[in-house]
Design a protein around this ligand. Sequence first.
Ligand code: PLP
Length: 383
Amino acid sequence: MQLSYIARNTRASVIRAMFNEALKIEDRVSFTVGEPDFTTPKPIIDEAVDAWRRGLTHYTPNRGIPELCDAISTFHADNLKPDPNEQVLCTCGAMEALQLALITLVDPGDEVVLVTPAWSNYFGHIAMVGGVCKEIWAKEENEFVPMLDDFKQVITEKTKLIILNSPSNPTGAVFDEDTLRGVAELAVEHDLFVISDEIYSKIIYDGRRCPSITEFPGIAERTVYISGFSKMFAMTGWRLGYAISTPEIISAMTKLHENSASCLPEPTQLAAVRALESCWDEVEMMRQSYERRRDLICKLLNDIEGISVRVPKGAFYAFVNIKSAGMNSVDFCMDLLKKTGVVTVPGTGFGDAGEGYMRLTYATSDENIIEGMKRLKQYMQAR
Ligand code: PLP
């Protein structure tokens, strides 16, 4: 007896592996799991608690309650302008939206273009539908923004889909308009679908705007836009995400959602409405705090001889160059963990393009950042 091909070929995330390894060490300083260190803003929690107490404990419409679809549609009134009745699907985290989008768009054997280093779960999502992952390596010297020529090289007649993630986990890169316009033109020319995961679009720094591929002509009708409440409103544990696309794609994704998560709890959906309606000051406060901590960690990192980091433009990750240490990234991160208790994620957890790097999440306290960087400096000096 043997488990299915897909079960055998889907990788578990390296981030979780490091997290579990770190649990064995008591005196640790962790920079692993990518989630806000803030508790969800109080008005959001109050809204949900009140709804639970009112006994809103039943099944809800598969696509999401109308109030939430409306609120998401209003939130995107300036760009995607989705019809709340046909073009929005609320999901169990952006994670489920991504998985449903891939099942909807990809057949086994289809090629999926992925810009790497990439969030490790994309590899699992592609494997789970039997897709063939075609990586484009975004290089540090180009600020981890992919080159258009690399897309041209990798597209074949088997290519079905391009996955984009800007601002990027793990590199913090924000793709510029020219790159996105070029990718949009290629998608139209080669009749490809696009998944644009913009879950970090509100976590962006230095007064920048976060351009979206959906702004370019001919692209909305072939794109699944993915986002969610986890990062924006510090709601990772609530499991609330959403997809916006054409009525045809959303209807297919809804059918799949009905057969998996089915629907989301009403109190959490009402809480998400509350978030979109009245918690933007809190979002801005959190963003400013990440920006300040980004500056702190980058300064401390760049003060350490033998490693360097480019200042990320969005999200809350520093992708640190450790090439001069002369070890592969898994060995480096494991050795660092064992000798200092500093927990990081090896760059290769985000694809082979991540060799020579490690990822640090700076959505953690100033004390953690200062202590962790002190230990990292001592480790580098002792080498
Ligand atoms: N997309 C990216 C790029 C992420 O980094 C994450 C979580 O780390 C997700 C999606 C999943 O988010 P959610 O918590 O909404 O499932």
